[in-house]
Design a protein around this ligand. Structure first.
Ligand code: AMP
Length: 216
């Protein structure tokens, strides 16, 4: 099964992706994580990506699509994957469709987590990430037991540079799933829209329900 998870920054997509990956055992392919890993390792790709990421802009399609195609060519992505943060536009979606078709597969489900803009701005400021294991927390919706400390591994929590308030507005404007992308999957008959203003567990249940699974 191949799934794409769509949603604006701050819709809870990262948190839900972790939960869905756990529940479905699907390979989790996050282009954002891949870029961050490259930035951390100071690769050429990372240096290119950073110039765009720091401004809250999308990395050019050519670079992103190449990275994604290389990733899904690996054996662990042969039978299924959940794409998180990809595609961001119709050009990327078309490249993914083509890659799927070449292996006689298709995107089976496109899950869209919808949240109004005002709520997104309020949410984005409160996001914290574990420097050690990458777990996500949110001050209001999913706080760590102790401020600044990861529940899972005791690591230090930090805020991403692109979660700073000035960058947040740019990211929202530039990174909301465009209507054409949503239409792409609606027209393919695979789109399910989930209300992302519900409690986290309800969003997870709705997402798993759309995949024909119930929450463990
Ligand atoms: P994310 O973790 O999905 O919010 O991604 C973090 C940053 O990585 C984004 O702000 C973009 O600069 C870049 N990025 C991630 N995925 C893509 C993509 N599919 N296309 C272009 N840029 C991306």
């Amino acid at each position: 099964m191949f799934i794409v998870l769509l949603g604006p920054p701050g819709a809870g997509k990262g948190t839900q992706a972790q939960r869905i990956a756990d529940a479905t055992r699907l390979l989790h392919v996050s282009t954002g994580d891949m870029f961050r890993e490259n930035v951390k390792n100071e690769t050429e790709l990372g240096k290119t990506a950073k110039t765009f990421m720091d401004k809250g802009e999308l990395v050019p399609d050519e670079v992103t699509i190449k990275m994604l195609l290389e990733r899904i060519a690996r054996p662990d992505a042969a039978t299924g994957a959940m794409f998180d943060g990809f595609p961001r536009n119709v050009v990327q979606a078309a490249a993914l469709d083509k890659a799927m078709a070449s292996r006689n597969a298709r995107i089976d489900h496109a899950l869209l987590i919808s949240v109004p803009d005002e709520e997104l701005v309020a949410r984005l400021g409160g996001r914290w990430i574990c420097r050690n294991c990458g777990r996500l927390f949110h001050e209001r919706n999913d706080p760590p037991k102790q401020d600044g400390v990861c529940d899972a591994c005791g690591g230090e929590l930090y805020q991403r540079d692109d979660d700073r308030p000035d960058v947040v507005m740019t990211r929202l404007e530039k990174q909301k799933p465009p209507a054409a992308l949503i239409d792409h999957y609606r027209n393919a008959g695979v789109l399910t829209e989930i209300n992302g203003e519900q409690p986290l567990d309800s969003v997870t249940s709705a997402l798993l329900g759309a995949l024909g699974m119930s929450q463990a």
